[in-house]
Design a protein around this ligand. Sequence first.
Ligand SMILES: Cc1cc2nc3c(=O)[nH]c(=O)nc-3n(C[C@H](O)[C@H](O)[C@H](O)COP(=O)(O)OP(=O)(O)OC[C@H]3O[C@@H](n4cnc5c(N)ncnc54)[C@H](O)[C@@H]3O)c2cc1C
Length: 614
Amino acid sequence: MWSLLPVLFSFAQATFITSDASNVINSSFEFIIVGGGTTGLAVANRLAANHTVLVVEQGQDLANNEIVNNPFMFAAGTPSPCRFSMNSTPQIGFGGTRRSLPLSYGSCLGGSSSINGMMGARPTFASMNAIEALGNPGWGWNDFLPYMQNSETFTPPNPWQMKEGANYISVVHGYNGPVGVSFSRPLVAPLLQRIAKKTIQTVFSGEVTLTPDMGDGFSGGHVSSFYYQIHFNKTLHSDRRSSSAWSYLYPQKQQRIGLTVLTEHMVNSVVTSTSASGKITATGILIEPTTGGQKFECVVSREVIISAGALHSPVILQRSGIGNATFLGDVGIEPVLDLPGVGANLQDHIGLYNTSFPLAPFANSTNITAGTDVLTGIVVAQPTAQDTLGLEDAHAMENLLRNTSGYAVSVSGVVNPESLVAQAAVIADAYQIDHPFIEIFFTPGSVSLQVAAHTILPLSRGRIYVNATDPSADPIADMQYLTSEVDMHVAVAAARRISRIAVTPPFSDLITKNALDEAGVPRVNATEEEVRKWVLDTYVSDIHFVGSNSMMPKELGGVVSPELLVYGTTNLRIADASILPLSVFPHPTLGLYGIAEKAADMILLTARESSGYN
Ligand SMILES: Cc1cc2nc3c(=O)[nH]c(=O)nc-3n(C[C@H](O)[C@H](O)[C@H](O)COP(=O)(O)OP(=O)(O)OC[C@H]3O[C@@H](n4cnc5c(N)ncnc54)[C@H](O)[C@@H]3O)c2cc1C
């Protein structure tokens, strides 16, 4: 009897994870979180320290799945049971052609953090200040940094890694948070790393220098030997992906007695009531099994927080009658709250990944290609606009941004042209400081070396909306990729830099003489038309969706206030990638943990205030 007690005790302390709805039917919770993904589980962990919380996740609990957990499986390209995809509407291609692009997302506990490439990046000082300048006091870099620090346990590089050029500034990091951030271990391809760095410095005429720390807020104009990797390395645990689930949910230290996680169930909509003054209050959510079946309701006493990601959160709002009232009426959903920004302002980086250059015969050694334990992106460069375009063209780019209303742009994804003008202006300001213009990264492979690039602050704006014929089906994603001329300029500049790298020693010595032709990448002297054609024929989604419930003033198409409260509601918040009005995270995950920590802080403050203690 006594020997059972510790077991019973630890069970009683544990978070309750179940796929059986009978455990939650007829229950009421102080907080309900829609989506057990990257941001949702982090918010849940913080709130459940003192409150009852229900998380509803449409995917499975894959805690013991090797493909999900092993950080090296991503690079190996193994299909993951957590990875799902929907197709965009046909997007711009060369010469009037159109093509649909696959848009991937994670759907299991941990969400997209359970399938992503684990490349760890932070926003810059300039970009967080741009977010603040869009009407969001309290979101500038100085306010935001502590939240990113709260989330991480940073493992500094070891002496060998430092000898190879890894570096860090101790004070910008956190050392007690749930998320493991470290440099690749084992380190990977030292010769390629040295060569790639040297080539970047040659291609950018010495203007792109070795970083003291890519997360210090000033990564623009720098190159790093390694990206941070969002994984636990062996010094902490066994090598394991540091997904949101493995950071905030599964570990013993993170168990929360007040937390219930219901998996394999999807939230259809938020149930609301409307006061005499027209204010909307969330009273619960409508849930159904992911594989279909009877819907049921769970009741909430404090707040509902939607964390279903930028592709799904707006659609849950729309199914709840919150969105553009005219559109909702047209698709047969009774409008509850007219909020035209829901689903608008959708953004994604575009990736130029069709850039694998065949290895020169002599170069086929593990010294260059690394062993099997390779994580994506080793040497990373984030040149500024001036580094990429030169002074004169960088000025021209700035003028283009500052005169956004003066040239033809697609405004189909924004609520009004004023919103785009305001966004373009703060992007121009960020470029003027030192914000990265593009990101270039090198990835080793056994037969080729990839030099990929992606854009960082796109101006094209798409939208996502509920499927009228079947509101529970995949939504309609009209990404509007590259419809802004600004974005075409950035993409062409990125493509030209890739070509240049491929012909510049010492990198060019590692690949075949005809590598550009063999990879189908434009030659250095290609015409503007040829480079545009290649970009339009080969660009892909970078799967960094943001913006579809933007945090901005309502008149600019904003959906949530700086407190992440949906305008016009008393207790409905959003905390996930959809709230970012600009695509400021070169890779979103580490910044999203910062958003989760800040969201939890604001929600707990409201709870304390409403409970009459502070
Ligand atoms: C293949 C891939 C590679 C990537 N690589 C990187 C990288 O290397 N570095 C990086 O920083 N970022 C990367 N990203 C991007 C990053 O992972 C995402 O931006 C981030 O995880 C999104 O977090 P989120 O909280 O907004 O949404 P998610 O983490 O996607 O969470 C949303 C959750 O909500 C659930 N959900 C949706 N609808 C419902 C519903 N109706 N009811 C219940 N649950 C619902 C989903 O199943 C999911 O679990 C990558 C993304 C992908 C897809």
